[in-house]
Design a protein around this ligand. Structure first.
Ligand SMILES: [Zn+2]
Length: 885
């Protein structure tokens, strides 16, 4: 019998924050690394340690032990310590494709300071894996991945070929028993030998050759006597050879041919928990993270890259923002399967990233404004498609074409004068901190004159946000005048014309471009009427509200927006209905109010009152108590738009429950198609599971999901499930609006009997007293979901210019068509654009006037392009421009 090698890879799995907040876990990290450095330096038989695939722990440590940087470098340089490739071990489904890419790039870049990262796509604990991960890894030069969760039952060996939708692949090393299959090894050689033989027997059918023994687990320290005990085991027998190894060394000899193939995402619970319920806990976190992603990726980066002078590209601000996003991406962070103090920090990081993005957007739009030749209102389109859209603006004067614009609010002109004493004027002055008087009005100018009868002050107020007014100087000048003549009356003349805030549809604005404001003629004006029931109609889509139950129909298909509330005795990881569940899906009262009658936007509010139980009693498994809850749903139909916008909100009164909104599919469906990183994934009606974790077919959707004739575009990641199954398929899509549970992990759940983490009560998971809002748009029939997602989630920006520059009234800063744009950034002085082709056909991308190189995720040039290039089906590509027109 040939000798079998047992590759023992000492490691730790370091969740930076989870059942303890980051700052608490860091004490243990510092202790673990202090000890590890001593151990590696003093014991040459301890040849290698894997530092969990994430570079963040190095920075976390060095912030406390900067003096040990040289020791760390020495160990990484001699390959005693593996770091990276990731900056953090992210969740792949709950963050954007860009976040995954930036995480990898941050890890590679920071790792290069320590002699380079481990060249293995190590993905030990992610709650499943996205379809395009093999392509992401391949584009960073990896040929190997290491995975555990999500691998389906058809994979029966420790190695398989994992293929992305574009055809690129990596060899996946599968850990059927997880990343801790060799944790806490006995220090007694005989005991250890028994354990190894047991494991060998357990995995016998799976093994392709050597046995990989991952010697470590969550927050564990290195085992000091490992070198000695392995030597002793080797001396005891001669059919097994145990050695301390590394993943790259182990994989060097791993079989690579005739492996089973798997194409696409890994979301099976066949042998390990997938924990699919993390997609629906803490819905506020999912929305906050998505909002920050959208602010950075869809607005701040393209606007700064294209409209700020190259020299003032705020790279360090972006680095700060992305650092917050990447730290949040860690699987226990974004998944919110953590204590409340962790979730609080996730929300703060998301807010900081968004705030940085908003500051950059403001500066970029101001830069564009100052570059326009003519003064006026402009619309700025931050996405690649040329498109129209609604916008709001404040305009002056009486001339209005009421067939094109809708007046939202009006401020009457208030010319006139008042006489005040100087003390009153000083008090008012003290309160005036900026030229902004209210939402729609700014001080445009102030003139002070000293006359015989008193001090005269003329203030002009108008709709333009005018940065030219020096309010501080004007205040100082007025104070001087008032102090000189404290008894003199002050004659205040207010010059304020009539202004109106209007809503209109814009002419098409070029992709990544601008156009002067001009309301377009409405081909399909929206109208609202109440003839017994409320109807919103624009000739493209017709909504009729059912006053009996508060749901509504789309083009005659009834039952949209039906709210279904049921019990949930699960935890942060998994939904689990109580044994004696009761479901509330009928309101006790409904009222419908017309809000806006068109022609640009017609809208109505449905107010429905439900009686929701208070909580689930753990003993009886019944829902007890009762709350009256008011759910408000606003529905909008826009002129010339077939999508219906919906916003549903309520203050959550109850615990231990799940609220879903149901929408009919318009026809039976066998599958759904939802957005995921760089692609759309198709999923069937079932999910693979096992008794230890039932295979619930609840799936995450990033911005849109389609099934049957239905498209839902939604703000923030949502969980969905196709329900109402019969022999022809599913008839309804259920989208989770809220999942309230009070436990990080629980024991004895029907959907997952064994715990998935500590049994810690986490009150914040209940979201009691929080306002819950779901915003989404619905379409029936053919919808381009990427275009619709931009229309719904990334509106045109309104820019007010005073003129004085050289830009014309319309134009584009970057023309790109033929593929989806994932990002537009500047890196090292070059404009970089990442594109992807989510279709199953090759596509041709046009980039008029642009040339450069496609580069891999490490920035290494691949192929030159000039004006155009082609992408294979499902490919993504990063282009570095060398020419700027
Ligand atoms: Zn983990």
């Amino acid at each position: 019998m040939a000798e079998r090698r047992i590759a023992v890879v000492p490691h730790t799995h370091w969740d930076r924050e989870w059942y303890e907040p980051f700052q608490r876990f860091r004490f243990a990290l510092v202790e673990m690394l202090d000890e590890l450095l001593d151990l590696l330096e003093s014991d040459p038989s301890f040849t290698h340690f894997l530092l969990d695939g994430q570079v963040a722990v190095i920075d976390d440590y060095l912030a406390i032990r900067p003096e040990n940087e040289g020791r760390l470098r020495a160990l990484t340089a001699t390959d005693r310590l593996s770091i990276g490739p990731w900056y953090v071990l992210m969740d792949e489904f709950l963050v954007s494709a860009e976040t995954i890419v930036r995480d990898l790039q941050m890890g590679i870049e920071r790792g290069s300071d320590f002699g380079g990262i481990m060249e293995v796509g190590y993905l030990p604990d992610m709650f499943g894996h996205v379809a395009q991960m093999p392509q992401i890894l391949a584009q960073a030069g990896f040929v190997d991945a290491v995975v555990w969760r999500g691998v389906p039952s058809t994979i029966e060996h420790t190695g398989f070929e994992w293929v992305a939708p574009d055809g690129s692949s990596v060899r996946a090393e599968y850990l059927p028993l997880g990343y801790g299959n060799g944790a806490v090894l006995s220090e007694d050689a005989k005991d250890l030998l028994v354990r190894v033989r047991d494991q060998e027997a357990e995995l016998e059918g799976f093994l392709l050759g050597d046995l990989l023994l991952m010697n470590g687990s969550d927050h564990l320290r290195a085992q000091r006597s490992l070198g000695r005990v392995l030597t002793e085991v080797n001396e005891l027998q001669d059919d097994l050879h145990l050695e301390i190894s590394s993943l790259p060394a182990y994989l060097k000899t791993a079989p690579r041919h005739e492996l089973a193939r798997w194409v696409g995402e890994l979301r099976s619970g066949a042998r390990a928990n997938l924990l699919m319920g993390v997609a629906s806990n803490r819905v506020d976190v999912k929305r906050a993270v998505a909002r920050a992603e959208r602010t950075l990726e869809r607005r701040a980066e393209p606007l700064a890259a294209l409209f700020l002078p190259e020299s003032s590209y705020p790279e360090r601000f972006f680095n700060l923002a992305w650092r917050q996003m990447v730290l949040n991406a860690a699987h226990d962070s974004v998944c919110a399967c953590s204590v409340d103090e962790v979730v609080d920090q996730v929300l703060v990081r998301a807010a900081e990233a968004r705030q940085i993005g908003e500051g950059i957007i403001e500066r970029s739009t101001k830069s564009l404004a100052s570059s326009m030749a003519r003064a006026g209102i402009y619309l700025l389109n931050p996405v690649a498609r040329s498109r129209s859209g609604l916008f709001e603006a404040v305009i002056l004067g009486d001339e209005l074409d009421e067939r094109r614009v809708q007046v939202l609010s009006e401020r009457l002109g208030l010319p006139g004068s008042i006489v005040l004493d100087s003390t009153t004027v000083k008090t008012v002055l003290a309160m005036l901190q900026s030229p902004k008087v209210d939402d729609d009005a700014w001080v445009q100018g102030a003139v002070i004159s000293d006359e015989e009868d008193g001090v005269h002050l003329t203030v002009t107020i108008g709709p333009d946000e005018n940065p030219e007014v020096d309010l501080v100087a004007a205040k100082a000048e007025l104070s001087t005048a008032l102090n000189a003549r404290p008894e003199a009356p002050v004659f205040v003349q207010l010059d304020q014309p009539r202004t109106r805030r209007i809503l209109a549809r814009a002419q098409d604005v070029p992709g990544f471009g601008w156009r002067a404001f001009e309301p377009v003629e409405l081909v399909h004006p929206a109208e609202a009427r109440d003839d017994g029931s409320v109807v919103l109609d624009n000739g493209l889509v017709r909504v009729e509200v059912d006053p009996a139950n508060g749901s509504f129909s789309l083009d005659g298909v009834a039952g949209f927006g039906r709210l279904v509330d049921g019990g949930d005795l699960g935890d942060s990881y998994n939904y689990s209905p109580p044994a004696n569940d009761c479901v509330v899906d009928q309101p006790i009262a409904v009222s419908v109010t017309l809000l806006e009658k068109g022609p640009v936007r017609a809208s109505a509010a449905i107010t429905a009152i439900y009686l929701w139980p208070d909580h689930v009693d753990g003993g009886s498994q019944r829902r007890l108590g009762q709350h009256e809850v008011t759910v408000t749903t606003t529905i909008c139909v826009l002129a010339d738009d077939a999508l219906v916008r919906v916003e549903t909100s309520f203050v959550n009164p109850a615990r231990d429950h799940r609220v879903r909104v149901h929408h009919p599919l318009g026809e039976h469906a066998q599958a759904s198609r939802a957005e995921c990183a760089f692609t759309i994934v198709e999923r069937g009606l079932e999910a693979e599971g096992r008794p230890e974790e039932l295979g619930l077919p609840t799936f995450p959707s990033r911005r849109f999901v389609q099934a049957g004739r239905l498209t839902v575009i939604h703000e923030g990641l949502h969980e969905y499930e196709l329900v109402d199954l019969d022999e022809s398929g599913a008839r309804t899509l259920a989208m989770t609006v809220l999942r309230s549970t009070g436990m990080l992990s629980r024991l004895g759940m029907t959907s997952r009997p064994m715990p998935a983490g500590p049994l810690t009560p986490v009150p914040g998971l209940q979201l009691v007293g929080q306002e819950i809002t779901a915003r989404y748009a619905l379409g029936l029939g053919v919808v381009d979901p990427y275009a619709a997602a931009d229309d719904v989630l990334v509106p045109l920006e309104v820019v007010v210019s005073l003129g004085g520059g050289s830009r014309g009234t319309a134009g584009s800063a970057l023309e790109v068509s033929g593929a989806e744009v994932s990002s537009v950034t500047r890196r090292n002085g070059h404009l970089e654009v990442r594109l992807f082709n989510p279709t199953d056909r090759a596509c041709s991308v046009r980039l008029p006037g642009r040339a450069g190189w496609s580069v891999d995720l490490r920035g290494r040039p691949l192929l030159p392009f000039e004006g155009e290039l082609s992408l294979r089906a499902q490919q993504f590509a990063t282009l570095r421009f060398s020419t700027e027109p």
